[in-house]
Write a protein that binds this ligand. Structure first.
Ligand SMILES: *Cc1c(COP(=O)(O)O)cnc(C)c1O
Length: 390
């Protein structure tokens, strides 16, 4: 594709290459290796002297199409795909950090990300300071001479706290370390962190990029230097590669990404407004609501509020579980990013393994319920939630 195209067009068209069969839809290359014309070509491909596919641990045409399309959507020079969102975060950390290095990380990131930094990477001599997602002074205070990476996720899960990407990018730039943004909840359809000053974007493609809850995948995006000279080398050697089949599913998911994100955000905003007015609800957390503490910031750095909201019901865990158990339509599952609406009780599931004190400090109460809004009709969603709301 030549020239400059809008997001919707890029989602449908970017990155596609056609074979000699001139197929219209993107082909799926289920092959672990590629053959060479002769021994000379094999040698040239292995040394990198000649471009071309070799082995699907580090190069596959379907995976390349997915990488190129997502790079176009994020406005990134380079993208590498991974087997899952967590392997993307692991890969960039292994590529950019070494023993003795220090990481500044938002305390409102995905649970497994906290485990990765505070548990696994700590064993290899990487120390992490967790700071409040929205407190810029705390981000600044946490910086040390050994700080080599900044990491955040916005909006956060499940309280939808919004971090100021541009302001934290400025702190990171002064510290001389890259800022990584987990853009899982917004996707490039709603938020483009690289334009706001972030150095790397990481995705769990399992969520909204797939969009229909089918496969796991991940990706890392940024400058050619950080992604290709840094992260790709680790991936190529260590091998948490994206399967071509999964790449194909997610690639086709990208075609409807903008449509889905705008429609699901609109559905979430309507549902959030209805919940906020409901007498059984104490408080709603949704960046699209004017009552959200970072509403203005969210509307500045995001195109819409996203599809995830949470709310506190009167009556603690008993009331929250009653509400969840009264649903007939909404799926009781901790996953999100699907066109099917999902519901979960964070205090006893996604955040069940942290201590009650830590949960309370993080603002995750017993009455909190998270809903990841899909594409069902608004009236049906309200009826399903209304049934169990006292
Ligand atoms: C799910 C998720 C991840 C991890 O992704 P997997 O594909 O499950 O490995 C990372 N970050 C966020 C924000 C997520 O929601």
């Amino acid at each position: 594709m030549n020239g400059k195209f809008e997001l919707a067009t890029l989602g449908v068209r970017a990155g596609q290459t056609r074979t000699s069969f001139h197929e219209h839809s993107e082909p799926l290359f289920l092959t672990s290796s590629f053959v060479f014309d002769d021994a000379r070509q094999a040698a040239a491909r292995f040394t990198g002297g000649e471009e071309g596919f070799v082995y699907s641990r580090f190069s596959n045409p379907t995976v390349s199409m997915f990488q190129d399309r997502l790079a176009a959507l994020e406005g990134a020079e380079a993208c590498v795909a991974t087997a899952s969102g967590m392997s993307a975060i692991l890969a960039l950390s292994m590529a950019l950090l070494k023993a003795g290095d220090h990481v500044v990380c938002s305390n409102a990131v995905f649970g497994a990300t906290v485990q990765l930094y505070s548990g696994i990477l700590a064993r290899f001599g990487v120390e992490t300071s967790f700071v409040p997602a929205t407190d810029l002074a705390a981000w600044q205070r946490a910086v040390r001479p050994s700080t080599r990476l900044f990491f955040l996720e916005t909006p956060s899960n499940p309280l939808t706290e919004v971090s100021d990407i541009a302001a934290i990018a400025a702190i990171a730039r002064r510290a001389g370390a890259p800022l990584v943004v987990d853009n899982c909840f917004c996707t490039p359809a709603l938020q483009r962190p690289l334009e706001l000053g972030a150095d790397l974007v990481v995705h769990s493609a399992t969520k909204y990029l797939d969009g229909q809850g089918r496969v796991l995948g991940g990706a890392i995006l940024g400058s050619r230097k950080l992604v290709m000279d840094g992260v790709y080398g680790f991936l190529r050697t260590a091998g948490p590669s994206l399967s071509p089949f999964n790449a194909w599913v997610i690639l086709k998911g990208l075609e409807t990404l903008e449509l889905r994100m705008l429609a699901q955000s609109a559905n979430a905003l309507e549902l959030a407004s209805w919940l906020e007015a409901h007498p059984g609800v104490l408080r709603v957390h949704y960046p699209g609501l004017p009552s959200h503490p970072q509403h203005e910031l969210a509307m500045r750095q995001q195109r819409a509020g996203g599809a995830v909201l949470s709310f506190e019901v009167k009556g603690g865990r008993t009331a929250a579980w009653r509400l969840i158990d009264a649903t007939r339509l909404i799926s009781i599952t901790a996953n999100l990013g699907d066109v099917k609406t999902t519901i979960t009780h964070p205090a006893s599931t996604t955040h069940g393994r942290i201590s009650a004190e830590a949960r309370a400090a993080a603002g995750i109460g017993e009455g909190l319920v998270r809903v990841a809004v899909g594409l069902e009709t608004q009236e049906d969603l309200r009826a399903d939630l209304g049934r169990g709301l006292g």
